[in-house]
Design a protein around this ligand. Structure first.
Ligand code: WT7
Length: 702
């Protein structure tokens, strides 16, 4: 749990009322008052079938559904008997309805072109970025072609396709192409390392991977193709064959003489170039008719134990939930000049739901940016690229993470002040609790004290927002995600499932099914049940509740204050990491005997990773090594290589032994206290920590 967040939220009681829709040029807010929200919410949880039947009418169906919900806890079937297609709902129907020429995706690459004498209008940069605009018609054409490419590689309805790409339009095209032909996508964030790729590919029994030669990030090239090659070799050693890899040429960093030729075979894998395949592909590709409950995608997320979990989302429920949450949370209105920018990578659920599906379904153009906020890099490593993008494109909705906001805050108020951000109307935050200081900064400096801030609480598993202010209806309090989304029956309960009174800390649960909920953990029924449904039963009904693994409280206004995870996962810069994933990476290094990883409060990242490590004396002796800074650096690099740079420990601390309870459980609470302790341990300390005394003293505590 992030302790600093709890402390600051406890003192926070400022309230910001909603402002009139007219101030933002909106005819009205979709939900216009607190009373309206309350009555809608009451109806949505008292008569969910009636409520969701209406919502589902906003989707285009090939065949209407027969019933709204079949619920055999914990298995939900939504919109039973209906058939539809996700790509049709995001793209084709807009073309059909005469909106084919409107922008769907507005993309900006990271690199800046050669210096020009005339900068782009409104830009403070002397060099122009690469910008591409894809209309719905163009998107439909590209997606159809790529659908045919996938089919030609043998991809069929129900198959899983792994996508490991930078933030380029082709990533969205690849996902929508999967949806179009009825394959499920499994997107892996481009920051993950080869072993993380192979783990996910193997778990999803994937035979086709779509990637790029590389992506641009902070002026560097991320070598995606090389990572895929390494993953494929690793998979081959484990008997898993990847049949086809499609590579988009983006960075061109591999010299032409060393590039493979389209159709090149290596082992049992055939390599293809995206561009060559697309040039040959036909534009006629019908949208597959999918059942409501057919799988739309898998998205892997970290758990407290074992390997990452493949969170399974199905078609109709996910679409219905995401189109509604996007529309209401951000007050989306087509034809009103809105431009939505969610800065999350599509490799996370935020990108799935609010870069792609939720935004396109509502026929709002979505902006994608390939790179880092500090490219070009200004003095002191700062950057103002985001503000430049907002100003140049006239972004109306900006959605980002608290960790980014804290970084911008540190970079200073003068950077945003250089740009005209008067186009902004609604600001969003997501991924971890936002500290009130950062909220207020966002409100004042970016929102000019006028844009509503929606602090959206949700998870990969929930598909979309489950707690958030609705901007025209719910007064906001800095640090609170306020009230439950329509259709979400949320409560704070104790271990016995009894609802707790105001300001009592407890477990965040959802007591009724909702359409966007996960339908399973891919290939692991047991984990699905034990992780989410096995812990809490509603004391009133005896029914299992969905438990989010977050601790939270509700204040006397019924507002939720999320305190953070109570399982062994850590939120680092808004990214979820299992302590176990980092520990396994550490112990796979021959120098390491044992490792324990804990989160330590960090002012920018929310939490940072501290790893306590015991070493193998024999290895040290035989390799003539010392427990010194160079070994620490080596271990940090090893974790980056095994999991990805996002998992790098900030601190490695060598210990004689790890403190354990009599039953052998590592005393994480003690380690957290030590790691965040007042006595500041300098980076290069090489003293071994001796936990034997404390461990004996506190052996019975946990
Ligand atoms: C965990 C889920 C939500 C999409 C991106 C992350 C934390 C998320 C908030 C928020 C407080 C938040 C929770 C949750 N979290 N949003 N607004 N306030 N905490 O998805 O990687 O599945 O992480 O993120 O701890 O359980 P995820």
């Amino acid at each position: 749990m992030s302790h600093n967040a709890i402390e600051s939220t406890l003192q926070e009681n400022r309230t910001f009322p909603p402002r009139p829709a007219s101030e933002f040029g909106f005819p009205k807010w979709h939900v216009d008052s607190l009373d309206e929200y309350k009555s809608l919410h009451a109806r949505s949880v008292q008569d969910p079938e009636d409520f969701w039947r209406d919502e589902a009418k906003r989707l285009d169906w090939f065949r209407p559904f027969d019933s709204v919900l079949e619920w055999h806890s914990p298995d939900a079937k939504w919109f039973v008997g209906g058939t539809l297609n996700a790509c049709y709902n995001c793209v084709d129907r807009h073309v059909q309805n005469g909106h084919g020429e409107e922008p769907a995706i507005i993309w900006e690459g990271e690199p800046l072109g050669p210096r020009t004498s005339h900068a782009a209008a409104g830009s403070n940069y002397a060099r122009e970025p690469e910008v591409r605009v894809l209309s719905y018609r163009e998107l439909q054409r590209e997606v159809s072609r790529f659908g045919n490419v996938l089919k030609s590689l043998g991809v069929k309805k129900g198959d899983v396709v792994t996508i490991y790409m930078p933030m380029v339009p082709e990533l969205a095209i690849a996902m929508l192409a999967c949806a179009r032909i009825g394959a499920a996508h499994s997107v892996i964030f481009g920051g993950f390392a080869p072993s993380a790729i192979s783990e996910r590919v193997m778990d999803a029994k994937c035979r086709v991977i779509v990637t790029a030669d590389g992506g641009f990030r902070r002026g560097d090239v991320v070598k995606l193709q090389e990572n895929v090659e390494e993953a494929i070799n690793h998979l081959a050693n484990h008997g898993h064959i990847v049949n086809h890899v499609v590579v988009l040429r983006r960075t061109g960093h591999v010299p032409p003489s060393q590039r493979f030729a389209d159709g090149f075979h290596q082992g049992s894998t055939t390599w293809h170039w995206w561009q060559d395949q697309m040039a040959r592909a036909s534009e006629a590709c019908p949208c597959a008719e999918m059942d409501s409950e057919d799988m739309l995608f898998l998205l892997y997320t970290s758990g407290s134990t074992g390997k990452p979990k493949g969170i399974l989302h199905t078609t109709a429920g996910y679409l219905a939930f995401v189109q509604m949450t996007a529309r209401l949370t951000f007050n989306l209105i087509p034809d009103s000049g809105q431009l939505f920018w969610c800065s999350a990578d599509i490799g996370w659920v935020t990108g799935h739901s609010y870069v792609l599906y939720g935004i396109l379904m509502n026929r709002i153009p979505t902006l994608m940016y390939e790179g880092a906020p500090n490219f070009p890099t200004l003095e002191g490593g700062k950057g103002d690229r985001f503000w430049d993008i907002i100003a140049r494109h006239r972004v109306t909705h900006f959605y980002t993470a608290p960790t980014a906001i804290r970084t911008f805050m540190k970079w200073g108020d003068d950077l945003p002040a250089r740009h005209d951000m008067s186009s902004l109307k609604v600001l969003g935050t997501v991924g971890e609790p936002i500290n009130p200081e950062a909220w207020i900064w966002y409100h004042k400096v970016i929102g000019r004290e006028r844009c509503p801030i929606v602090d959206t609480y949700w998870q990969t598993e929930t598909g979309g927002h489950i707690g958030t202010p609705l901007p025209g209806a719910i007064p906001t309090k800095p640090g609170s995600c306020t009230l439950p989304m329509l259709g979400i029956d949320a409560a704070i309960v104790n271990e016995q499932g009894q609802e707790l009174g105001p300001n009592q800390g407890g477990l965040f649960v959802i007591r009724k099914p909702w359409p966007g909920m996960l339908r399973g953990v891919y290939g692991n029924r047991e984990r699905f049940i034990s992780n989410y449904w096995g812990r809490v039963k509603d004391a009133r009904t005896g029914q299992p509740c969905y438990f989010s693994a977050d601790g939270a409280r509700r204040d006397s206004d019924g507002y939720f204050w999320i305190q953070g995870r109570i399982d062994d996962v850590i939120k680092v810069s808004g990214h979820l990491l299992g302590t176990m994933e980092v520990e396994s990476a550490l112990v796979s290094h021959p120098a390491v005997a044992e490792a324990a990883v804990v989160g330590v409060p960090h002012e920018i990242k929310g939490n940072s990773i501290c790893a306590f490590v015991t070493l193998r004396p024999h290895w040290l002796i035989s390799h003539k090594r010392e427990p010194d800074q160079s070994l620490k650096n080596e271990l940090i690099a090893h974790v980056a290589h095994e999991v990805g740079a996002l998992a790098k420990p900030d601190q490695i601390r060598f210990a004689e032994g790890l403190p354990k309870t009599r039953s052998g459980k590592i005393m994480r609470r003690l380690l957290r206290d030590v790691a965040s302790g007042v006595e500041k341990i300098t980076q290069d300390t090489t003293t071994l920590e001796d936990f034997s005394v404390v461990a004996k003293l506190r052996a019975d505590e946990e």
